[in-house]
Design a protein around this ligand. Sequence first.
Ligand code: 13P
Ligand code: SF4
Length: 327
Amino acid sequence: MRDRLCILGHYYQRDEIIGHADFVGDSLELARRAAASGNAEKIVFCGVHFMAESARVLAGASQAVYMPAPGAGCPMADMAPLREVLRAWDDLSTFGGKWVPVAYVNSSAKIKAFCGERGGATCTSSNAAKVFSWALKQDRKILFLPDEHLGANTAFDLGLPDDAVAVYNPSLPAGGIDAGRAARASVLAWKGYCHVHMFSAQDIGRARAEHPGAKIIVHPETPKEALRLADAHGSTSQIVRYVEAAPAGSTIVVGTEINLVKRLAALHGGRVAVHPLRASACRNMAMTTEAGLLALLENWPEENRIEVDPKLKANAALALRRMLEIP
Ligand code: 13P
Ligand code: SF4
């Protein structure tokens, strides 16, 4: 099929899948690839469902998007169902203030469409600070969905005090906040999390004891108590670049999904020592197997095809394209 087929692989995929991918990247890079894959009749997304949905929204009408494992979801994306988000938006209107929703791409097409419709945008862990700055410059407060930790860490990176971030807990009446707390906040972060990145201060302490002199880098989905004890933090591709740029002979401890950490260790092993902060795997990313990819490429079953409700597409595209257009 040559360039009529484009296989995209997220960094957290198994090595044997990465070996078949035309492009490997983090969420942002793969969203850009999907948007620029004009020649491909078929895009195969080796990753999780929200990523393939974004590819579907950004790809052209004549292109088809498939997943080898369409059941591979993201528990964090599921933590912000639309009906709860709509309730939170109503609460904000009673609290007052000018709000704009920003959704991490790790969210459903419904949530992206909710953002697009209300002047908001998506972001990834690579560009969250740029998207937050874009929103704050418009003199808006941010409702950030669905990752509390990326929300708090991004606000911190922009120099906002901790008190400027409030947490909206959808299991509590009015999210557990009141008009006074909302008035002090510049960012209201949804109480969602990625279990793969729940590294703790103890994990950092153990790594410092086991690898004295090592540099520690973690993904920004890590809770702030641990992240602030690390030497650096960054999205998946920023972690890759950090290891590539590390001086020969150094030791790097990496807090992110184990498939990527093992690959970095194997790739750079002769030059730098790379260790996992703690072995932590994403079961959903692991659902894509070489056998599953082969079965898809041989048979193209309809049930592996990813579609987005046409009623959501235009607004979800607005949110994604606003993100891609922020310089
Ligand atoms: P990035 O690819 O944006 O670093 O996100 C990590 C992640 O958790 C993907 O599910
Ligand atoms: Fe979701 Fe976390 Fe897996 Fe990424 S690593 S897909 S955020 S569960």
